[in-house]
Write a protein that binds this ligand. Structure first.
Ligand code: OAD
Length: 234
């Protein structure tokens, strides 16, 4: 079993989605800030945006949907989550097999890749002590360890996600607008491989008409019900 999750998965934990009204920060769309160009132009603004999201995430906890997915993992021999989220809430809920396609907001890296130690490390300060933060070793700017628009996804998680999407029995898509590639293609890979695919999202998306089943509901409502059903069949 494979579950692809997006920002809607964490909406009930109080984390704003990207394309919902609450995703707009100080009149900026995320697409204007989550780019390498925006970081070069105004690193302080980009870090302020991430500081805001880090604060929201730090205050949040896994919701009923995250917890139901963690329970599902215990029921099946192979259960994987592929997530576009960078908030770490799946792991906090207890899920172990999590592929993070877009990175992890609690990690940062030196933009000059100066040493092994500062090429990638965790930084949990909330709020950040210094805006923008600098590399403790060489003084260059640090950047969040997340994928920005226009950047290529790291090969290993992407390949694992592609492989898993086409090789499973049941594919669940939760809380993604299915508009950002390459994640948006994963349900299509599953469908092409004749994998039974269901979508859970209160709003229809570009994949709603092609999935096998569409559940127009919130993750925190639908996933615990799905878990209950699964338990009765096992
Ligand atoms: P979006 O913000 O584009 O979409 C969120 C989806 O969640 C929408 O389709 C909502 O209808 C749905 N939704 C809202 N509340 C929900 C709930 N309680 N339960 C279930 N679904 C709910 O987020 P993503 O599709 O994750 O990338 O966006 C993809 C990527 O674009 C993100 O990972 C991020 C963003 O820019 C980068 O930063 C590279």
């Amino acid at each position: 079993m494979v579950c692809l999750t997006g920002a809607g998965m964490s909406a009930e934990s109080g984390i704003p989605t990207f394309r919902g009204e609450d995703g707009i920060w100080k009149n900026h769309q995320p697409e204007e800030l989550a780019t390498p160009g925006a970081f070069v132009r105004d690193p302080n603004l980009v870090w302020e945006f991430y500081n805001w999201r880090r604060e929201k995430i730090a205050k949040s906890s896994p919701n009923k949907g995250h917890k139901a997915l963690a329970e599902m993992e215990k029921l099946y021999k192979e259960f994987y989550i592929i997530t576009q989220n960078v908030d770490g809430l799946h792991q906090k809920a207890g899920s172990k097999n999590v592929i993070e396609l877009h990175g992890d907001i609690w990690y940062v890296r030196c933009t000059e890749h100066c040493t092994k130690e500062t090429s990638l490390f965790s930084l949990y300060d909330v709020p950040l002590k210094e805006l923008p933060p600098h590399c403790p070793n060489c003084g260059a700017l640090l950047r969040p360890h997340v994928i920005w628009f226009g950047e290529t996804l790291p090969e290993a998680p992407l390949e694992a996600a592609l492989e898993l999407s086409a090789n499973n029995d049941f594919f669940i898509v939760v809380g993604t607008s299915a508009m950002v590639q390459p994640a948006a293609s994963l349900p299509r890979y599953a469908l092409r491989a004749k994998v039974h695919t269901i979508e859970i999202n209160p709003e229809p998306t570009p994949i709603t008409d092609i999935v096998n089943e569409y559940v127009p509901a919130n993750a925190g409502e639908a996933l615990p019900l799905l878990l209950k059903e699964m338990k009765t069949y096992l």
